[in-house]
Design a binder for this molecule. Structure first.
Ligand code: BTN
Length: 326
């Protein structure tokens, strides 16, 4: 009921009478008053005026289960929310939920991660109150070999979600970093559980640097935030809602073919690597070439000086001008 009352308050033009809420949920005035008090305790400023009712005065950047649920406009993505004030890693939380039978589309969100995980065993800095630390768990009917493309789908959703919420145009650094101003704004870490021929579940962990004003020394040169790029803070719950909405749209397009065919154009139009000099750090084979874009399998096509076009499946790719590659 708290989520629904919050949604009503958010969507209302002015005041909502206590009577209206009582009737909608078939509860007493005291029950409504209790929910309002709970919301106030979570940080919402709610005005109560005799004979008029309740009005949401401000809704700052609050994260809670009710806030997230009331920001979701999707059919399934993020409809089941697990919210943590603090956790080790939302990827770990989402994987545990998957093992316990949580439904497709379950989203784990934390205000703070004390053991945030990055790719290649690195740590992911996840300070309290300023970032989007979330992991979406899905159960796709796909061959395990196609799962890596889901990371590309998530990258597209993040890029679009950010633009929708604050107008900031971002680029995707293949396969799945989101960059702005030549620095990293978001990282994605996909983990999965598979059988021989099928996927049990995929967890896509998304870390968006939203409202940081600064970064620790070690990553200052390579990291940025939405606040640093736009000068404005974003409401994280709205951003999460927007990313989930875009994810649902791009996931449906992806599942039509099971590959990137229907998403090729949009992905490539956001790709930071296109027509730029890139250094491919494949295991035991390092070379420089020009990136052409991705193909239907989500591989990065890189043309070397001898005219050969290489299909890069995985591995590190540095783009000239991004993260200090000169
Ligand atoms: C990278 O190295 O670029 C990937 C970073 C992924 C960070 C996110 S934050 C939410 C989720 N939980 C984690 O522990 N990691 C991912």
């Amino acid at each position: 009921m708290k989520t629904e009352v919050l949604r009503m308050l958010k969507e209302a033009d002015g005041y909502i009478s206590g009577q209206e809420i009582c009737e909608k949920f078939d509860v007493s005035r005291t029950a409504v008053w209790k929910v309002i008090k709970q919301l106030e305790a979570e940080g919402y400023l709610i005005e109560a005026v005799r004979n008029k009712g309740y009005r949401l005065k401000t809704a700052g950047d609050i994260l809670s289960r009710a806030e997230l649920e009331s920001s979701m406009k999707t059919e399934w993505a993020g409809r089941n929310v697990l919210y943590f004030d603090e956790t080790t890693s939302t990827n770990t939380a989402a994987k545990m939920a998957a093992e316990e039978g949580a439904p497709h589309g379950t989203l784990a969100v934390a205000d703070y991660q004390n053991m945030g995980k990055g790719r290649r065993g690195k740590m992911w800095t996840s300070p309290r109150g300023v970032g989007v630390w979330m992991s979406l768990m899905i159960r796709p009917e796909l061959h395990p070999s196609s799962a890596s493309m889901l990371t590309l789908v998530a990258a597209m959703a993040v890029s679009e979600g950010i633009t929708k919420i604050c107008g900031l145009e971002t680029q995707i650094k293949w396969p799945n970093d989101i960059v702005a101003g030549g620095k990293k704004l978001c990282g994605i870490l996909t983990e999965m559980s598979t059988e021989l021929e099928c996927i049990n579940y995929v967890v896509t962990g998304i870390g968006i640097n939203a409202n940081m004003e600064e970064f620790p020394e070690e990553i200052r040169e390579v990291a940025t935030s939405i606040l640093m790029q736009t000068g404005k803070t974003v409401k994280r719950s709205e951003l999460i809602g927007a990313v989930m909405e875009s994810y649902e749209k791009y996931y449906a397009l992806f599942m039509e073919s099971g590959n990137m065919a229907g998403l090729l154009e949009i992905y490539n139009s956001h790709l930071a690597n296109v027509n730029r000099s890139v250094r491919v750090l494949a295991p035991g084979n390092e070379y420089v070439g020009t990136a052409l874009g991705i193909n239907e399998a989500g591989e990065l096509l890189v043309k070397t000086e001898d005219g050969a076009v290489h299909q890069v499946i995985s591995g590190e790719v540095s783009v000239r001008g991004i993260y200090g590659y000169v």
